[in-house]
Ligand binder design. Structure first.
Ligand code: LMR
Length: 397
């Protein structure tokens, strides 16, 4: 039976890493997958993560299953970091959180939950968006549509066109919004724009689903949560998919969470019972280790404070690289205004390079970026900057 199967295309992002590994060029640079590199080009284990692991090694007494929805403490701490400690949602117990294998796992549980409860709902995605979004929702047999988001002329949000499209979304559909650090463009909504989008969702009865994978990588933990919190001010019901891959550097531990906010504690409990069925029928219950690390760090004021310093170092380095990239492109005679990159936030920016130029970068210079022209700024270092910008200037000629 298997002889008739044709190969599927490589993943638009993770497939690049496979090709990168095979490339013998010692100068090769991988700016495809969203993984943070320090100044030495490494993706380090954070010192606070190591410390938490040492504590766990000493204190852990069992490897027995976690509950279907994961560690209760982890869920509580995840809600606190998203909404802030004193938020009324927490006080009123209107939120339910399931621990998931990464942010992608959270999105898939959200997709299965929506399909289970609202089978006719369409999920609306920004154009462009993370290339895995349509696959995750499509795999859950949901309809997917897109709304305009990015404007190449200004390298910013096409807000008027976005709002015009959102005004046509029927009640009961799901609107996926990037909580901060939009992937792939790096262009985020302003506070005023968040207000308008959140008010529209509340008015029209559209369910916001916030993909919130980069908290702390833009301007700060609370600053980056401002969009999510504006949604919370306007909408009584919404979903948030969070990830600790980036801000804790816990990529391969697969640590994420899906938080559902309902109008009442009873509604949150009932919805949670269905989220748990989605988990049980998919991966049964989450892996423990990554969630335990996060709970250990966030639950200890001293460790948490040290983690926030480590997070700020990562954020500052990314923002420094944004400036250096713009300056070096200019020095190398790229001949285009790239200053918008310094104004954007998060790991990614849309470079504006065409698929042909992206291919030339890879073939001629062993520089790997996503076919859409998305560049992972967090993978740049002072050491690879000259080579990178020379290569980009070359393909722009
Ligand atoms: C990315 O967009 O590169 C990251 O979110 C990693 C992934 O899983 O694609």
């Amino acid at each position: 039976m298997f002889e008739t199967i044709d190969s599927a295309p490589a993943d638009a992002i993770l497939g690049l890493t496979e090709a990168f590994k095979q490339d013998p060029n010692p100068k090769k640079i991988n700016l495809g997958v969203g993984v943070y590199k320090d100044g030495g080009g490494q993706t380090p284990v954070l010192a606070t993560v190591k410390e938490a692991e040492q504590r766990l090694l000493r204190s852990e007494e069992t490897k027995s299953y976690l509950p279907i929805d994961g560690l209760a403490e982890y869920g509580k701490l995840s809600q606190q970091i998203v909404f802030g400690h004193e938020h009324t949602i927490l006080r009123d117990a209107r939120a339910a959180t399931v621990q998931t294998p990464g942010g992608t796992g959270a999105l898939r549980v959200a997709a299965d939950f929506v399909r289970r409860i609202f089978p006719g709902a369409t999920v609306w995605l920004s154009d462009p968006t993370w290339p895995n979004h349509p696959n995750v929702f499509g795999s859950a047999a949901l309809q997917v549509q897109s709304y305009p988001y990015f404007e190449a002329e200004t390298n910013g949000v096409a807000f008027d066109r976005m709002m015009a499209a959102l005004e046509t979304i029927p009640a009961g559909d799901v609107l996926l919004l990037h909580g901060c650090c939009h992937n792939p463009t790096g262009a985020d909504l302003s506070s005023q724009q968040w207000q308008a989008v959140a008010a529209l969702c509340a008015e029209r009865g559209v369910l916001p689903l916030l993909d919130f994978a980069y908290q702390g990588f833009g301007d700060g933990l609370d600053e980056d949560a401002s969009g999510v919190r504006i949604v919370a001010d306007h909408c009584r019901e919404f979903l948030v998919a969070t990830s600790y891959s980036k801000n804790f550097g816990l990529y391969n531990e697969r640590v994420g969470a899906l938080t559902l906010v309902a109008d009442s504690v009873e509604a949150a409990d009932a919805a949670n019972s269905h989220m748990k069925i989605c988990v049980r029928t998919n991966y049964s219950n989450p892996p423990a280790h990554g969630g335990q690390i996060v709970a250990e760090v966030l639950g200890d004021p001293e460790l948490r404070q040290r983690w926030e310093v480590e997070l700020a170092e990562m954020r500052d380095r990314i923002n420094d690289m944004r400036h250096l990239f713009v300056e070096t492109l200019d020095e190398q005679g790229a001949g285009r205004d790239f200053s918008f990159i310094a104004r954007q936030r998060g790991m990614f920016s849309y470079s504006g390079l065409t698929p042909h130029q992206v291919q030339a970068l890879r073939v001629r210079h062993s520089v790997y970026i996503v076919g859409s022209g998305r560049i992972n700024v967090a993978g740049m270092t002072e050491a690879n900057m000259d080579y990178l910008c020379e290569a980009i200037a070359d393909v722009l000629k």
